[in-house]
Design a protein. Structure first.
Lengths: 202, 202
DNA sequence: CACTTTCTCATGCGAGTGCATGGTAAAAAC
DNA sequence: GTTTTTACCATGCACTCGCATGAGAAAGTG
């Protein structure tokens, strides 16, 4: 993705940027979006403030970088979980489960994600970035629903696009509720299966 | 709710606190949670910083006050919309619609609400406050579902508690998505009706 | 070697932060 | 009338903020 001149020095810019982005994630997760500052992130990343500034010219850009990283991370996790699932319905279930805060890592991811969700309401930069990944995931879900219908796993009369929207909204809402402390991982999984069972063929 | 001695002076404390809380809401809505400060809120409320400090000893307390106000506000809106609905299913639909960002005021409310939702993840104070209202609304929804089942409007085999959780999660997820800019009010209403239709008896 | 480019750092600046303080009107209590 | 309580304000303090700057290692190039 980066411009190829002749590799000017020994440092890998992408690695540094990712390192910074991950430091931002950690700060957001531990102390919240309000305590993200250049100094705090630099300390968390184990580098000087000047070094951070070299790779990121402004705070807004730093947050945007961290947000894009989250998107990439989610994409990778989803792609990894898709591989090796036997049927479309299995894929569908696995992907949605992957988006829910069912273990420490997914909880971490969703905490940061929710922070950006809220931040995006006010910062148009970030809202635009969020709007990029959204239809990607939604159309993928719809596609899996259609495939499951073709395989006779889900009821044929369902509107795949609408069901995808509802399913994803449900997942997001569950994330919110769980992060505030209202559901246990077991309850979350049970609710998802309850909803999916309803969509079954027969 | 306030202590009754002998009305010490002419000012109404509750009114002042509400005035401050509403100023906080406006700041959050317009500029985001990160730009909430005692000075900013005081300016928005049209009073001096000292006056704000008189009614609110700390910033955390100020935010908590604003959060509680949001809860009260939502409660009032829900109560108002319940009155005059003919059947349990009408009540259910009206209440959920009331929670969605379908017009300017509800959009405003949900913007502030989402900001607090995210903030609550890090600030235990606020998370505790959020956890108060949650089961209230959920049990109310479940109750309406059961009533609708008794009236033959919703399928008898549904698990009311689970359906209430799913319905509310769906609503919250839709709120998130809509605020980021992914759905229009019409699409939102259509999705809700699509989901409710699925629960129908027959 | 000199020299350019790449990278890192320390520091300074103006602005804004939460909060504490001391003072002051005015109403209420005596 | 004096005193006490209530309500409010202006200001100060120690601190943090984002960002700009200039200096200087470090590595590649001639």
């Amino acid at each position: 993705m980066r411009k190829w001149r002749e590799m000017p020095k020994i440092v890998d810019h992408d690695a540094r940027r990712r390192h910074i982005a991950e430091a931002v994630h950690r700060v957001i997760h531990d102390k919240g979006m309000e305590s993200v500052s250049l100094r705090e992130v630099a300390a968390e990343a184990g580098m000087s403030m000047g070094a951070v500034q070299y790779y990121v010219t402004t705070k807004d850009q730093m947050l945007l970088l961290a947000l894009e990283r989250i998107g990439i991370w989610i994409g990778e996790r989803v792609a990894a979980v898709v591989a090796g699932r036997p049927t479309p319905l299995d894929v569908l279930r696995a992907v949605v489960l992957e988006l829910l805060p069912l273990d420490e890592e997914r909880r971490y991811l969703n905490r940061v994600g929710l922070a950006f969700q809220a931040s995006s309401v006010t910062v148009e930069n970030q809202a635009a970035a969020m709007r990029m990944g959204y239809p990607l995931l939604l159309s993928f879900l719809a596609e899996q629903i259609r495939a499951a219908q073709a395989a006779g796993q889900l009821a044929a009369h369902l509107d795949a696009a609408k069901e995808a929207s509802i399913l994803y909204a449900f997942a997001q809402g569950i994330v919110n509720a769980t992060l505030v402390g209202h559901y246990t991982p077991e309850e979350v999984a049970a609710l998802l299966d309850h909803h999916l069972a309803r969509l079954r063929a027969g």
